[in-house]
Design a protein around this ligand. Structure first.
Ligand SMILES: Nc1ncnc2c1ncn2[C@@H]1O[C@H](COP(=O)(O)OP(=O)(O)OP(=O)(O)O)[C@@H](O)[C@H]1O
Length: 361
């Protein structure tokens, strides 16, 4: 794009500065302290284990819990002291989806009504949004006559109908069954792509986060432990929680050339040539399990382990191993049967250096 074209776009769609915040919230012994920034058009996903503080962060952005420190600016305007109903913020919270006594149309019209539109204007805008969501035929239906996916879209329409500058979504797909989830995820992705302000969503589901967000923020115990693009985080996890989420074995150690010495004493030979503190990651599918110690010289990554547990994982058997190196291995059902694996059995695990991935810690 040329400079002139860029200016023309800027003039045509004034989008402001987006979100600039540092959210400090204290709730008893729990303290949240996260800095969240996003440009207009960005979709940010907050990901993290139970109790990490994701919902608290979302509620702080909405104004439902007060900040005990930090700041909150949206498109340059200070929002810290603005009451929730006066913030240009649309929310889709899992726990208060729709008013049961109102039709889909009136549920959506409620949004613009709260922001000062007349009843007629609000209903007209609501009709446009229901049409956009493919729900025009359900405008007169009460929530109990809508499916979970339809109710979710009505809730999204209600939030979007106020033209928010910040859209907040708390576990937007969690209540849906697997099939509906697939459809609604794809639709939500399209709506978020069209949305020109900032969207922040909270999820437990790495797939939702990867599919819907441009930027992931991983929160553990009230703090950001890692952030970046979904692809980068999936390839370079920095905590056990993230490694588990993206299905990788993850270790931390000290690299000297192609060898990484782990804190527990075991060593891993890596493809990368690095020096200093590093992470090493490899997928469970890269692990080969043997009952007898392999004699070939090719596998330098050879560890003696014990089978700690096994479970079916998709069409594979996922085996948890302890010993020289705690790790997870994926085997075909046939391989697991041939190896006669059971809890407590001694095995040898090998991983080719080319299947590992090391990166600075
Ligand atoms: N109303 C409250 N009063 C006091 N503490 C609270 C309150 N709500 C949540 N907390 C605490 O704040 C912390 C963060 O909770 P929060 O719900 O934000 O986490 P989360 O990451 O959204 O978790 P989940 O994924 O389980 O929803 C927890 O330790 C929780 O116990």
């Amino acid at each position: 794009m040329t400079h002139t074209e860029k200016n023309a776009v800027d003039l045509a769609t004034p989008t402001g500065d987006g979100l600039d915040s540092r959210l400090v919230v204290e709730r008893g012994s729990f303290r949240l302290d996260v800095a969240l920034t996003a440009a207009p058009g960005d979709v940010v996903a907050l990901l993290g284990p139970n109790g990490a503080g994701k919902t608290t962060a979302l509620r702080a952005l909405a104004g439902l819990v007060p900040l005990s420190g930090g700041h909150l600016r949206l498109d340059g305007a200070q929002l810290d002291r603005t009451p929730p109903e006066s913030r240009p913020v649309g929310v889709v919270f899992q726990d208060y989806l729709l008013f049961p006594h109102l039709t889909a149309l009136d549920n959506v019209a409620f949004g613009p009504r709260c922001h000062g539109a007349t009843k007629a204007q609000a209903r007209a805008q609501a009709a446009v949004w229901l049409e956009r969501m493919g729900l025009a035929a359900h405008a007169g239906a009460k929530p109990r006559r809508l499916s979970g996916g339809q109710a979710q879209r009505v809730a999204l329409a209600r939030a979007l109908a106020t033209n928010p500058r910040l859209l907040l979504l708390d576990e937007p797909l969690a209540a849906l069954d697997a099939r509906t989830r697939l459809d609604i995820r794809a639709q939500l992705r399209r709506h978020l792509a069209d949305f020109e302000a900032v969207a922040v969503l909270v999820t437990h589901d790495p797939l939702d986060a990867m599919v819907l967000a441009d930027h992931l923020v991983v929160i553990e115990d009230g703090h950001i432990v890692q952030e970046g693009t979904p692809a980068h985080i999936a390839r370079h996890p920095r905590t056990d929680y993230i490694a588990h989420l993206v299905g990788l074995n993850l270790y931390r150690g000290e690299a000297e050339g192609h060898t990484v010495r782990l804190d527990g004493g075991a060593g891993i030979t890596t493809e990368e040539d690095l020096t200093g503190p590093v992470f090493v990651a490899f997928p469970p599918s890269a692990v080969t399990v043997h009952r007898a110690r392999p004699t070939g010289a090719s596998a330098r990554n050879l560890w003696r382990c014990e089978v700690a547990g096994m479970e079916t994982h998709s069409d594979q058997i996922r085996v948890a191993l302890t010993g020289d190196l705690p790790l997870t291995a994926d085997l075909t059902t046939i391989a697991a049967a041939e190896l006669d694996l059971r809890a407590g059995a001694t095995v040898w695990a090998t991983v080719k250096a080319t299947q590992t991935h090391a990166y600075p810690a």
